[in-house]
Design a protein around this ligand. Structure first.
Ligand code: BEZ
Length: 393
């Protein structure tokens, strides 16, 4: 039988008060001695597998730094491969929430899967921290007090890229992407940033997620009459897109949300050289947190850290801030959520905070792929908050 977690928590609080009087171990004391169960619902297979792995490495790294405890409570991790399949999202989230009884769900990467998780966590009241997926509804019209995001909204990085191109005086651009929420919402951000700075997006070309037959789209580029192509692709798909774009010998500059070159510059090789992107992280950010983070990540994962690792690390840091505030009593939701909402995090990307809709507020950096690095060349937009449209929190 599924036990309503709200009722269970209230009972625990009541018996906790009695414990103080009687001095006998109660349900409350016993519950506090148990680990906090954290479900990681992430892709460990498919085109986004490396993204899920990097998020996981960084979360484990933070927990190890804290001796396996947050707010004095032992943390137990339960992992589930969501395969980036939206059609399995609800069933997978329910497995973690109802079968494994997780206290916290950290997930996921793919925006379509996130919408399924969102339904499950808003119905059950389970605390959810989003370590990547940028689906805008999560912190706009469907925002919820138990849902926080430490990554970005799809709108943010692409908006920054659009602003930078518009300010440079470019007039016409097209957008190429996968036909799903992340591609479309990034396209919206790009359009808003570009058009509010004098440009115009004249065409959007799409293909189904996670397909990689880009040739029919690339064949149309010379006829578009544009000054730049903006794009959203990530993971394995981004590797192929950048290689195919270069191989097609197109003269129109390619730019994008930074996921286009993030964590994939090695396999993209010379094809990525010189590509400009915008993201909330990049190579060469000089702050002591980032230096220590990158060294620790490399020794754990055996590869360089990227934005996905940063977002995972910050998801764990945010949970740590919340659990410290309630001294491990995760049932004290009001105090827990208040501390998380007001958190000021020393992130490897620089300082971050949270908007009213519990979305991260952060700098969007301009980067240029140079010799295998996404070198930061400037700030496209400082302390950018998602508009949070429709959120009533
Ligand atoms: C998304 O589906 O929201 C997403 C996936 C990979 C990178 C960035 C965003």
């Amino acid at each position: 039988m599924f036990i309503n977690r709200k009722v269970t928590r209230r009972n625990l609080l009541a018996t906790g008060a009695a414990a103080a009087v009687s001095g006998i171990p109660t349900t409350w004391a016993i519950a506090q001695a148990k680990p906090v169960k954290v479900g990681l619902m992430l892709p460990y297979s498919g085109t986004f597998a490396q993204l899920g792995e990097n998020i996981t490495h960084a979360i484990e790294m933070y927990l190890a730094e804290k001796g396996g405890k947050l707010g004095g409570r032992e943390i137990q991790i339960v992992k589930l491969d969501d395969e980036s399949k939206p059609e399995l999202g609800l069933q997978n989230a329910d497995r973690l929430i109802k079968r494994d009884n997780v206290d916290v769900l950290i997930g996921t990467v793919h925006s379509g899967v996130q919408m399924a998780i969102h339904k499950a966590v808003t119905e059950s009241g389970t605390l959810c921290i989003v370590p990547n997926a940028g689906a805008v509804a999560v912190t706009r019209n469907l925002c919820a007090k138990n849902v926080f995001r430490t990554s970005f909204s799809n709108w943010q990085p692409a908006y920054g890229m659009g602003v930078a191109l518009g300010k440079r005086g470019l007039k016409k651009a097209a957008w190429i992407t996968w036909d799903y929420a992340a591609g479309a919402e990034s396209g919206e951000g790009f359009k808003q940033g570009f058009e509010s700075n004098g440009g115009q997006v004249v065409q959007t070309l799409t293909l189904k997620f996670p397909e990689t037959n880009f040739q029919p789209l690339l064949a149309q580029v010379p006829g578009l009459g544009v000054d730049a192509i903006g794009s959203f692709f990530a993971g394995g798909g981004a590797i192929n897109f950048v290689k195919d774009y270069a191989a097609a010998g197109l003269k129109v500059p390619l730019v994008g949300s930074g996921f286009l070159t993030e964590g994939v510059l090695g396999p993209q090789g010379a094809a990525a050289e010189g590509l400009e992107t915008a993201l909330h992280y990049g190579d060469g950010l000089e702050n002591s947190k980032n230096t220590a983070f990158r060294a620790a990540f490399k020794s754990k994962a055996g590869r360089e850290a990227d934005v996905y690792a940063v977002q995972g690390y910050d998801a764990a840091q945010l949970l740590g801030i919340g659990l410290d505030a309630v001294k491990g009593k995760i049932e004290d939701e009001a105090t827990l959520y208040k501390a998380m909402r007001e958190a000021k995090i020393d992130s490897p990307r620089g300082p971050i905070s949270f908007s009213k809709s519990q979305e991260v507020v952060q700098n969007i950096y301009l980067r240029k792929a140079t010799g295998g690095l996404n070198k930061v060349t400037g700030i496209a937009v400082e302390k950018l908050a998602d508009p949070g449209t429709g959120c009533k929190l």
